[in-house]
Design a protein around this ligand. Structure first.
Ligand code: T6T
Length: 330
């Protein structure tokens, strides 16, 4: 769709909304096409993001294409971006799988006139005003350094501020999980000499690998105090290993992300804290920003939109806020 076509479509959408007709009910005009490229297909975090994006696209009468790699990998994500450029989409929302490797493919999209918006992860250093990469219009996502601190501070509080800590992580180069690790390290360091980090393992976004690595660590360090699982699959694998070793409750776990399994592990006592992000909000705001960019008016677009957390414990797990924050599996 040409920019003039999009502007005309948005004016009609606004006018019909004023008349009480949803823009989605218009059939005569073709609608703008927004693509959402997730970090990996099938992950409940991104499934929930997709639902938020789809609901907003439906409400606004826009077309949403959703795609993503089978693995959390820039080599697999790059051809997806190139195919969308060739398809001449009107805007791109993307959770880049690597903060460096995805700069070039996304620069190609931008050079082709496609507005690029980061959701969940960023490229460069995420500072799209003064950083080394400024072409993406916005970075919509959690404050992940703060998230890592919240997780590891809660673990420290639960064990009296000292002990042996372990981080299960995905792989270096992903903005979100790098920052969570950094936040966790900062909390442990600030706790003083009694608290030490005994290891960090990278599982490549596989819960099975995370479980194997955690089992090996538990063998080597039988007096381990607590584990920070830096994303959904890292935490799931860590919890599985702790259950297998019959150590539920004695080794504390902070679980980043909130799929149903994490809530079950929280209720059963294996996990002590679940940090829920707000992926649906990332999707909704992403679509709103994409439509503004397509219309040519970027004046209301903020370069950074932190989306916040819901921290779930056994005390509040049944509250409406906590229940609403649980990710959707499909
Ligand atoms: O933690 C989320 C996301 O924020 C991260 O960038 C990658 O892993 C998840 O999708 C959870 O699996």
């Amino acid at each position: 769709m040409s920019r003039t076509g999009v502007v005309r479509w948005l004016s009609i959408a606004a006018a019909t909304a004023l008349l009480g007709v949803m823009p989605g009910q218009l059939h005569a005009q073709s609608s703008p096409t927004i693509a959402l490229v997730v970090g990996v297909k099938g992950d409940p975090f991104y499934v929930t993001m997709q639902k938020g994006a789809q609901a907003e696209a439906d409400a606004m009468g826009a077309e949403l294409i959703v795609d993503g790699p089978a693995q959390f990998d820039p080599v697999q994500q790059t051809p997806i971006v190139d195919a969308l450029i060739a398809r001449k989409i009107d805007a791109l929302l993307i959770a880049a799988t690597d903060k460096q490797a995805m700069i070039e493919p996304l620069q190609r999209a931008n050079d082709a006139g496609i507005p690029v918006i980061s959701v969940d992860t960023f490229i460069g250093d995420g500072d799209y005003v003064n950083g080394p990469v400024t072409f993406p219009l916005s970075y919509i996502g959690s404050d992940n350094t703060q998230g890592g601190m919240i997780g590891c501070q809660a673990l420290l509080d639960a064990v009296g501020g000292s002990g042996k800590f372990y981080i299960q992580n995905v792989k270096p180069g992903i903005s979100t999980t790098d920052q969570r690790e950094q936040g966790c390290r900062q909390a442990i360091q600030a706790a003083g000499a009694g608290a030490s980090l005994v290891g960090v393992d990278y599982n490549g976004d596989s819960a099975a690998t995370a479980a194997q690595q955690t089992s090996a660590l538990l063998q080597r360090t039988p007096d381990l105090t607590a584990i920070f699982g830096a994303n959904l699959f890292s935490a799931e694998g860590a919890a599985q290993a702790v259950k297998n070793a019959n150590l539920s409750g004695s080794v504390k776990i902070a679980n980043f992300d909130a799929p149903e399994q994490a809530i079950a592990d929280l209720k059963a006592g294996t996990v002590d804290l679940v940090i829920a992000q707000k992926p649906a909000d990332m999707g909704t705001t992403g679509v709103d920003y994409a439509l503004q960019a397509i219309s040519g008016d970027t004046s209301q677009i903020q370069k950074r939109v932190p989306t916040g957390y819901v921290v779930i414990t056994r005390d509040n797990v049944n509250s409406q806020e906590a229940q609403d924050a649980i990710y959707k599996g499909q």
